[in-house]
Write a protein that binds this ligand. Sequence first.
Ligand code: G6P
Length: 362
Amino acid sequence: SEADKGTYPHYMLKEIDDQPTVMRKLAQTYFNDDGQVTIDDELLADLQSADRLYIVAAGTSYHAGLVGERLFERLAAVPTEAHVSSEFAYNSPILSKHPFFIFLSQSGETADSREVLTEVNAKGYHSLTITNVQNSTLSREATYTMLLNAGPEIAVASTKAYTAQIAVEAIIAKALGEATQQVAAADFDLRPQLGLVANGIQALVDQKERFEAVAKDNFVDQRDAFYIGRGIDYAVSLEASLKLKEITYIHSEGVAAGELKHGPIALIESGTPVIGIITQERTASLTRSNLAETAARGSHIMTIVTKSLAKAHDDIILEDVDEMLTPLLTIIPAQLISYYTSLLKGLDVDKPRNLAKSVTVQ
Ligand code: G6P
């Protein structure tokens, strides 16, 4: 069955390796033969009448929502806010006049998110659930559903659902932006880009020994680790750091690169890994200086950089893809480093302590 890990030692590794296939599958599912992006007409009309999008999610799905916030604002020019569902439920923001809600949930069962959806329905607002599980609670209770088509995700630490969620958000943002005549959406060549992304992921998962070596040399013996970035790279830093803490139990933070100096830099000790994610031309040199500031205090710095911005001393170089889609590549090294660190520490990679795959209590 699809949920079989086959010859893989762990589901997590299989699910990391599934990602190129998932990207190609999404390119097939949501584009027609003419290469046009296609989503449900009524959903598109509802999205067009919204004056603000509210993305509600938990954990890794929330981190995919933070990337979505940027995709919807840049491609569709619609104000978008990503929220943690457990906060939204009891400390909700003042809503716009015509809100539309997007629930991101791999399982479609997270109680915190369901709590918000129940309230959204009670108020008569419309919503979309993006989920990996057909007929899940959140997909049944929302106005619309879109599927991730990522295949079953068994490992507690989410990998392919995160990249699939971002790809689906990009698909919706493009459809919406095209419907409202946004130049950015028309120029965003998403279908071929998803092919480039699939190839870029493949190039990374083909270098497993390399990430295993990084895990062994720079992570296994560490107490703390930091991922830093700006903008969309900051959003990925949060997810990269979550992957590490979930399965290696190393204390880890994703930090907005410019905020390091306001606190986190105090935690830098000799050898503390600080990984800089650098994919945006506008802020690349700023993030590089922030990395250098930690190196001056003894950190071990590493960089994850797209080819066009790479310099001779960079560590992990990624294929160039559209600036909006770089999270689909930058997260992969972090997934693999976390996997190998957990493995080398002898931990239960697929079932880390204290965590559950889906959390059905508030
Ligand atoms: C749990 C899982 C995470 C997941 C989160 C949200 O905490 O361990 O991997 O990101 O729930 O789950 P959902 O199914 O709503 O995406």
